[in-house]
Design a binder for this molecule. Sequence first.
Ligand SMILES: [Zn+2]
Ligand SMILES: [Zn+2]
Length: 441
Amino acid sequence: MNSGLPQHDPRNDDPVHAELDRRAREVADQVIAWRRHLHRHPELSNREEGTARLVAEHLRGLGLDEVRTGIAGHGVVGVLRGTAGGDGGRVVALRADTDALPVKDLCGADFASETVDAEYPGGPFPVSHACGHDCHTAMLMGAATVLAGVRDRLPGTVVFVFQPAEEGPPVTETGGALAMVEEGAFADPVPTMAFGMHVTPYPKGYVGYRVGNQYGASVLVRITVDGKQVHGSTPWQGVDPMPAVGAVLTGIGQLYRQVSAFDPVTVTIGHVEDVGRFNIIGQTVTLWGTVRCAVESDMAEVRDRLRRLAEHSAAAYGATAEVEYLQPVPPVHNSGPWVAAGLPTLRRVAGQERVTETGATLGYDDVSELIARFGGLYVMLGVQDAVLDEAGVPVPAKGGRGLVTNHNPHFYADDDTLVTGVRLHAHVAYDHLRGALVPEG
Ligand SMILES: [Zn+2]
Ligand SMILES: [Zn+2]
């Protein structure tokens, strides 16, 4: 695993690293079993009851100093206080998200989900771990086993964060990382570093990182266009909201040209909800969508312009539009000093040649709420049958299962790769606590 490493980097001279790897190998089969169980029993955002129960039982079984449950819904936090001397007062928060998606499971594995959530707002929905959070949860459970096993060599504290509702709770509910912060989950102990990762369509065992924004800023938008309900045969006696909606949808295509083309922005309306009938001009039409900006400074601009577009387009048709922004998530930002501090650890775990720079994406991850507050790192973990082409872009490996994006019904993650995630958590935590993974300046 150490091939290609600089020979005398003192940050890699520590017998505990080999011990972490040995313990990770020992727990690997258990991690796969947890992952398959979670995959078969996925739960939507803010409904992660069974997942939280499994996690809490495991953490309690490890004899952690604290296991707190019911945080911001079904959040679980475990605290492991190391007993080695030389405590630098450091606290590392390792975070996994636990929720699934309203997506049919077509991953093809024999542990595919057949779950349907009939009660969820807007449902019934088929439910699956199409974003791979089953892997995240299982890997962090494994890392808890590994780190609890070396408690007497930990010069600091590890906080295991199992976070619900990363994909966004129903709009009438709160939840996610910010809700955990607001409920005081990180008030005592206060982390000095947060670490998160995401499984992704990248070669198996590869770790991708980016200095700057790894993921963009995001906000959910709800636009309510209001007209005047009337019989479908006499539109002049009412106000039809539908043409106004058409104008808003068309006008969104022009927003891109109103902000710099050098930093990508997307505005997607993924759901249009009307209350009409073929012979009724309805009172309102509601548009649901998401705004993503690669750089956060564009967000206020895009929000203002979308609001202006909706209000004035509606006015042109005699209707009104109300624009609301919900569930804002800041970008996931990796600072240069944190990346520099973390690279020796990432390279030791994955191997020098498997740690590569990746591009930014307009996905989001609300782990940004933790990294922005406490500092830290976020990386991508490759879990698919891929190779990198000459330009460093992942392409399907011959004879493999192909490249499938997260949120697609066919998304899959390779089980054997999960041990790399366990090792990443364990090595990052240990290196931070012993003062080797700390940004300079
Ligand atoms: Zn997702
Ligand atoms: Zn995800």
